[in-house]
Structure formats: structure tokens, C-alpha cells
Design a protein around this ligand. Structure first.
Ligand code: 9MR
Length: 456
């Protein structure tokens, strides 16, 4: 709601309640300072998102809250396999596009969810196996990621592929039975189709250090060591009445592998300590520099898949709950530091890194390499100087015989020799000292010279 309208609403509401106008003015001042979930998350370069349903976009209360509060959206069901490819080779994007367009109209990030998941497989895929299924899976990833190419901030490429319980092993499914390499094959296909999207693995019951999260941790570490393109891990965080004490430490250990982490489907049972648990999750994300944002799994309690548990931030009528206020306060207390990559852990492949000097406080760039025989993945960290930047360009020189084959979170001019990378729409603006990352895969050997960074 625009400020003026909102003030008028508050004045009317408080007049109706018999509150003196002077008191309501004081409340307005505080409320404006506290801002909204999206705006307060953006102060530290993060997003605050919601899962949304195309079928609810005609509900004015729903879209009112959505437009006002959130700067990221995730389709709750509309980009899943059964929705996008209901019969083999026939793709339907109507509802997925409605979510995308809603996100675009808000200037929000769009998280893609989910390319491959053993649930919500269309019937035709459920009855497939072996090579035929593997081919169908890869075609699905390629087609859907290509349809949304350049528009998705992060894709949940694979969802919920690990088993619950103490095994730390993969979950059995027809996808898994096509061969243990199905996950990395999916990530490679997604990268080839949409090099700009961050590629995430997403799962639940991974909210602390446990056998399941450790199984996923080992997979991510293995992927990073072999140059399988993975950029982020999603922690769904469907929480009950408690939060593991090592919630933040668990996020951090993944971040230390050199991936972003995101809270992707947050909801918390009401009845326990809902407001405090929400605040704890928010603080944990803010404390992990590579935690880039939080998504709640719905807007009002009545929109939630957890019927009767009232697990969200707004009540059935769209009023802010205590949990809303605790999240907002935690975001506002979190300072203004941009999320930035932490250094890879010693167990990650040892990267070679070099940093450019920072001329005039504009920007600097550093490169870290994962190399193998014949190829490499370069991850470039761009850091703003003492002033905000409105766009950046990084130039580097590749050894002769080397070439860029795909780039993500930037666009490149040239593929050999001197190559220039420019920001994409969502990562050009950096606060003073703010950090973002892009990367590229190449053949041959990676850059050895220091990259140059210039800011707009
Ligand atoms: O919220 C989604 C619900 O509307 C669907 O019926 C359900 C189908 O399985 O999926 C729900 O979303 C799930 C998400 O896609 C993956 N993680 C668990 C979520 C809650 O079940």
C-alpha cells in the first residue's frame, strides 16, 4: 500500500478504535522506520520471499500483502514436473508463467521449484524406468530451464533426494534407480540450459547437523571437488515447536564448502515458541554471510499446506502475527552487511586466488578455481569499494587454448583471450563493501592473472 493510503488507513482504523490521533502518528513513525520484510532483508543484500499459488493471485488481500512485503517468490506447485509436462513432451507453462510475471511485476527474484522431485512426477513418468526415464528427466530439466532461461534467480534442480533417518543415503525412487549420477547429470543439464541461474539442492529435516544433512554435505563436497555445477543448498525448515541448537552451524558448514545457503520453505508450528523460532532462523541466516535469503511457505495461515497448524506470519485475515514482528525486528537488527562468500574450507579443493587492487574505492575482483584435467570452474567474487556501485565489469585474461563454455550470474563478451564479464539485472547494485559472485566454466586452464574490476 502506498505510504499515503496506508497512513490514511491507520488513521481511520485507530479513530474507529477510539485511539487518539497523536498516538497513531507515533505508531506510523515507528512502522515506517521498521519497513517491510523485503525491504529490511534488502538492507543486508538478502531477499525475503514467499511461496505463492497462481490460484490465489485474484485474492486482493493476498496480493496486497505479497506486493507490500516480499521481494522474492517461489511457485508452490506451478513449476513442478506434473504441472509443466503433464504428458510426455507436451509442456504447459501457463501457471508457471503467472508466478514468473507476478514476480517480475514486483521487481522480485523468482526461485524456480523444482525441476526433479520423486513426488509430483506426472503419471507417465511414474511408470517409467531406466534409460527411457533418464532421457525423459534430462529432457524435462533442459526444456523447463530453457523456457525460463535468464529469469530465474535460483532453481531447486533436485528436491528431496535423501532418505530420512540415520543412513545418510539417497532415497529410493525411480529417479535414483536410473543411476546414482542422476543428480549431477541434472545439475549439468540445468547449467547448460540456464547458465545465469544459481543451481540448488533442496531438502527437509536438514535443519541441524544430522545423518541426512551430512549425507547431503558429503554430496556437495564431492560435487565441488569434481566441478559439478552446484551453487546453493536449500534448507526447507518446516519446523515444529523447536529449532536445533546447531541450526546456524549447519548452514555455516555448507557455506564453507563454497555454496550459498537459503532458507527455502520456512514455516513453524504455532503453539510452541513460534515467534522466537522464526526470529532464531532469521538471525541464523543473517549471521551466515553466504545465506542469501529466506522464503516462507505461504502468506496467511489459511494458505498453508499445514492445515490447522497456523505456521505462517499472517493470520487468516491477513493481519500480522507476533511472528511477523519478531522476524521484522530481527531483520532490522541485522545491520547492513551484504551476504558475501566465505572462504572454502580446507577440505574443499584448494583454490588458487588472486585479488585486484581497489582503485578509487570502485570495486575489486578475486578468482578461485576448481581445475581438473582439461577444464575448470572459476568463481569470481566482486566486492564494492567504499561507495555503492550500480553495475560492474570484470576483465580477465585466459591462457591461450582456454575458452569459456558457460557463464552464470554474469554475461560475457568473448570466450577466449581477454574476456569481459558484466553484471546481470539482479546483481549489479552493491552496497558499499557489498559482495556478489558469478562464475564460468571453461575448457583448458583457468585464468592466472589478476582480474580487473570497474564499477559504474
Ligand atoms: O505446499 C505444497 C502443496 O500444495 C502440495 O500439495 C504438495 C505436494 O506434495 O507440495 C507442497 O510443497 C512441498 C514442496 O514442494 C517441497 N517440500 C515440501 C513442501 C510441503 O509438502
Amino acid at each position: 500500500m502506498p505510504l499515503l493510503k496506508r497512513n490514511r488507513f491507520l488513521l481511520l482504523a485507530s479513530a474507529a478504535a477510539g485511539v487518539v490521533v497523536a498516538a497513531s502518528v507515533a505508531v506510523i513513525g515507528t512502522a515506517e522506520a521498521a519497513s517491510t520484510l523485503g525491504a529490511s532483508a534488502a538492507q543486508s543484500g538478502r531477499y525475503f520471499g514467499a511461496a505463492i499459488a497462481a490460484g490465489r493471485l485474484g485474492d486482493a488481500t493476498y496480493t496486497g500483502i505479497l506486493n507490500r512485503e516480499f521481494n522474492s517468490v517461489t511457485p508452490e506447485n506451478e513449476m513442478k514436473w506434473d504441472a509443466t509436462e503433464p504428458s510426455q513432451g507436451r509442456f504447459t507453462y501457463t501457471n508457471g508463467d503467472r508466478i514468473l510475471n507476478q514476480g517480475i511485476s514486483m521487481g522480485a527474484k523468482v526461485r524456480g521449484h523444482a525441476l526433479l522431485w520423486y513426488q509430483q512426477e506426472p503419471g507417465w513418468a511414474q511408470s517409467m524406468s531406466g534409460t527411457a526415464l533418464r532421457n525423459a528427466m534430462m529432457n524435462h530439466v533442459t526444456q523447463v530451464a530453457t523456457h525460463y532461461k535468464g529469469k530465474i534467480y535460483a532453481w531447486d534442480v533436485v528436491n528431496e533426494a535423501f532418505a530420512d533417518g540415520g543412513s545418510g543415503a539417497r532415497r529410493d525412487s525411480n529417479l535414483q534407480r536410473t543411476g546414482n549420477d542422476w543428480i549431477e547429470a541434472a545439475f549439468r543439464a540445468a547449467r547448460a540450459a540456464d547458465p545465469a541461474a544459481k543451481l540448488c539442492y533442496n531438502d527437509y529435516n536438514t535443519d541441524g547437523v544430522n545423518a541426512k544433512s551430512t549425507g547431503i554435505y558429503n554430496m556437495v563436497r564431492d560435487f565441488k571437488s569434481r566441478g559439478v555445477p552446484i551453487d546453493c543448498v536449500g534448507f526447507q525448515s518446516h519446523l515444529g515447536t523447536g529449532i536445533p541448537g546447531d541450526y546456524q552451524a549447519n548452514l555455516q558448514r555448507f557455506a564453507d564448502l563454497g555454496v550459498d545457503v537459503q532458507i527455502t520453505e520456512l514455516d513453524v508450528a504455532q503453539g510452541g515458541n513460534q515467534a522466537n523460532i522464526y526470529a532464531s532462523v532469521t538471525r541464523a541466516c543473517l549471521a551466515v554471510s553466504r545465506c542469501t535469503g529466506i522464503t516462507v511457505w505461504g502468506i496467511r495461515d489459511s494458505d498453508s499446506w499445514r492445515t490447522g497448524e497456523n505456521p505462517l506470519l499472517f493470520d487468516n485475515s491477513g493481519n500480522k502475527k507476533a511472528a511477523y514482528t519478531s522476524v521484522l525486528n530481527a531483520l532490522n537488527a541485522g545491520g547492513t552487511t551484504s551476504p558475501s562468500p566465505s572462504s572454502p574450507s580446507p577440505s574443499a579443493p584448494s583454490p588458487s586466488a588472486s585479488t585486484s587492487p581497489q582503485p578509487g574505492g570502485a570495486c575489486s575482483a578475486s578468482v578461485s578455481l576448481n581445475s581438473w584435467n582439461g577444464g575448470f570452474v572459476a568463481t569470481i567474487k566482486v566486492t564494492a569499494g567504499s561507495a555503492p556501485v550500480n553495475g560492474w565489469t570484470v576483465s580477465l585474461s585466459l591462457p591461450s587454448g582456454s575458452a569459456v563454455t558457460s557463464t552464470w550470474s554474469a554475461t560475457n563478451s568473448g570466450t577466449t583471450g581477454n574476456v569481459t564479464f558484466r553484471n546481470v539485472s539482479y546483481n549489479g547494485q552493491l552496497a558499499a563493501g557489498g559482495v556478489t559472485e558469478f562464475g564460468f566454466q571453461g575448457t583448458g586452464t583457468g585464468p592466472t592473472a589478476t582480474p580487473a574490476c570497474s564499477a559504474a
